[in-house]
Design a protein around this ligand. Structure first.
Ligand code: C5P
Length: 304
């Protein structure tokens, strides 16, 4: 009896470093980024449906607003790409239980695509290697390969070429969420606009950050968080500056816009400091809602 249904759990990510080079001729920017997978999870269930029924999708959970429930969803694109590459006739329903904020710079869509790759590999017993999964993932988006592996990793190229980072310890985060997302291409375009006329160096690994991660030193990690897209995200959404200030005022070890935003991530020393900061941010009235998480955690993983 073939397996008919599988659920894959997949985390969100934040970027501890996001250094952005000049725009290349392919329209993308060379990056050096340090990803950390954190404990906010989507669950993607893929279930076979009767022959010739095609691929359908439904979205449930806390964060459904703005998630495309059609062929624009990256999970459906993942199925279509795998069907083509592996010559599969796929009749399936995908249910995404969403907790990762949408268009928030936490790679929610990429996470769901990564989970779908793992689910299809399992349901069709494809026995894909990590390299084969990464190859498919990188065609779907720059962040998708990282969502397969999770942990802490350095991404180069467009962010899709990964090497594991030597990181020790657990890091506690408070996340300030916005109700309205930001478009990643728009933030990159604003970054180009703000930097036009200045010389842009090729991005380099931040050695102080890498040392801090190796030493399990949250204070030093907090002092070395960098995001070249932060100015652009704040330019498009000026209220983010206020959010960053409030968090730092209330004792965060470090703060930055996550990826292309608008989620703002605050690093705190422990769980208790996270609770205090979450309360302070909520009381300040400048933040829509607040979440707490820790990292690093695993990438996409089969639950049952
Ligand atoms: O790769 P992905 O589809 O996630 O990228 C979304 C958009 O972000 C791209 O269309 C591009 O505008 C921008 N981008 C970029 N340089 C990168 C990654 C993304 O300019 N390295």
């Amino acid at each position: 009896m073939p397996v008919k249904k599988v659920t894959v759990r997949v985390p969100a990510k934040i970027n501890l470093q996001l250094s952005v080079g000049p725009r290349e001729s392919d329209g993308y920017h060379n990056l050096v980024t340090v990803f950390q997978a954190i404990s906010i999870f989507d669950e993607v269930t893929v279930e076979f449906t009767p022959a010739n029924s095609g691929v359908s999708i439904s979205i449930t959970g806390d964060q459904t607003h703005g998630v495309p429930a059609d062929a624009n969803n990256l999970a459906i694109k993942a199925v279509e790409l795998m069907a083509k590459e592996y010559d599969l006739e796929v009749d399936a329903h995908i249910e995404i239980k969403k907790a990762i904020p949408v268009a928030g710079g936490m790679a929610g869509g990429s996470a769901d695509a990564a989970a779908t790759i793992v689910a299809i590999d399992y349901l069709y017993s494809l026995g894909m290697s990590r390299e084969e999964m990464t190859e498919i993932a990188s065609q779907l988006g720059s962040d998708v390969p990282f969502m397969l592996s999770g942990g802490t990793a350095i991404g180069t190229g467009h962010g899709e070429q990964l090497t594991a980072a030597l990181s020790r310890g657990t890091y506690h985060w408070v996340l300030a969420l916005s109700t309205v997302g930001l478009s990643t291409p728009a933030v990159y375009t604003e970054c180009d606009r703000l930097r036009s006329g200045s010389e842009i160096a090729e991005p380099q690994t931040n050695e102080q950050l890498m040392q801090a991660l190796l030493a399990a030193d949250p204070k030093a990690v907090g002092a070395n968080l960098v995001n070249d897209l932060q100015a652009a995200a704040c330019s498009l959404r000026p209220a983010l500056r206020l959010v960053l200030d409030v968090g730092q005022e209330y004792g965060a070890l470090g703060a930055l816009v996550s990826g292309s935003g608008p989620t703002v991530a605050f690093l705190v020393s422990d769980e208790e400091a996270g609770l205090d900061l979450a309360v302070a941010l909520t009381a300040s009235g400048v933040v829509g809602s607040v979440a707490r998480a820790y990292g690093p955690v695993h990438g996409a993983k089969i639950l049952n």
